[in-house]
Design a protein around this ligand. Structure first.
Ligand code: ADP
Length: 335
């Protein structure tokens, strides 16, 4: 019995030394991946067994041959457990990453929802109050002369149009945020989408004497949802025209780079303040200029929609100041 105790003690001490070294190694590796942790953990276990066996074998004066037999057996088990460890460690790592991504996505959705609710309560109430005040003034006969009545009617219609646009944007954004966007991906001729968007924005550009330019050829095809791509291009173009002072220029270019197609809308808006550059894609962000109603201020949702739609395609969008204005660049997977 005392032999057994002694053997147990030998194994415990040898395994303990390996275990302690392993604990130090795991601590040093604490920022590494789950897979590395699992493999190191199994390696420690196997090494502790091997150390215990070797210590006991030496103490018992086993022959060199018998010791080799024992060690070969332990090594075979080590191989099996490490292989199993690598396979399951990988799966474990993949599901941990997936869970982390899901948590991150959920966190983003939640903050998007909160921003939207804050936006709705703030930005829809004010114009609604204005519409109501004008409607009441008309109803009560507070304004009577035909010119003022006509002006009130016009302002009510413009206000209603703007609210319709806002509600439309809000709906689009909530669809994106809720992950409810279903893209019907097809090979879209970029040139046609840009031509349509240019035609749509032409009257606004003409009213501000802004020149629109785009190359005639060299447009790469892109794999995208046609409606969503049209929305992206149109939002960028409308913004470029709205925020460019009169007599400016707005230019659209596109090209191919590696596996990406890029589309750039450049303007002569005078540049976006550096502090605002990383915020323009945030929900409800509006720069100073846009807060003055004369510029036809939007709801601060246009670029958030652009980013949501581009990212839903697996692409990305960025803005930088370049020359006399800024350049919005969209990258999408090529067709
Ligand atoms: P909105 O135009 O309705 O305010 P957006 O999300 O489309 O909302 O744009 C957010 C802000 O980014 C704008 O208020 C404006 O300050 C700035 N911005 C967007 N596009 C441009 C542009 N082409 N040139 C300069 N500033 C821009």
């Amino acid at each position: 019995m005392s032999d057994m105790l002694l053997i147990g003690l030998y194994a415990l001490v040898a395994g303990g030394v390996v275990g302690a070294a392993g604990a130090v190694a795991l601590r040093l590796l604490r920022h590494r991946s789950i897979l590395i942790h699992v493999v190191v953990l199994l390696a420690i276990t196997v090494a502790a067994v091997a150390a215990g066996v070797a210590a006991v074998a030496r103490a018992m004066f086993l022959s060199a041959h018998d010791l080799r037999v024992v060690l070969v057996t332990v090594s075979a088990s080590a191989l099996v457990s490490l292989t199993v460890g690598v396979i399951f460690g990988r799966r474990l790592a993949a599901s941990a990453v997936w869970a982390q991504e899901a948590r991150e996505r959920e966190r983003r959705l939640e903050s998007g929802r909160r921003e939207l609710v804050a936006w709705v309560s703030h930005d829809l109430r004010t114009p609604l109050a204005g519409l109501r005040a004008m409607a009441e003034a008309l109803e009560d006969g507070v304004v009577g002369d035909p010119a003022t009545v006509g002006e009130y009617h016009r302002r009510i219609r413009v206000g209603a149009d703007r609210m319709t646009q806002l509600v439309d944007d809000l709906f689009e954004l909530s669809r994106i945020n809720a992950g409810a966007l279903r893209l019907a991906l097809t090979v879209v001729p970029l040139h046609e989408v840009v031509s349509d968007a240019l035609a749509g924005v032409a009257p606004l550009a003409a009213s501000r004497r802004i020149t629109l330019t785009a190359p005639e050829s060299g447009w790469p095809p892109v794999r995208a949802g046609e409606r969503e791509l049209a929305r992206v291009v149109s939002n960028l173009l409308v913004n470029a025209v709205r925020y460019t002072p009169e007599d400016g220029t707005v230019q659209v270019d596109a090209g191919r780079e590696g596996a990406d197609v890029w589309l750039a809308v450049s303007d002569t808006c005078g540049g976006i303040p550096d502090d605002d550059l990383h915020r323009v894609f945030d929900v409800a962000f509006r720069g100073e200029r846009s807060r003055t109603p004369e510029t036809g201020a939007g709801g601060g949702l246009g670029l958030a929609i652009v980013r949501g739609l581009v990212e839903a395609h697996g692409g990305r969008v960025q803005v930088l100041n370049r020359g006399r204005g800024c350049r919005f660049e969209v990258r999408l997977p090529a067709a």
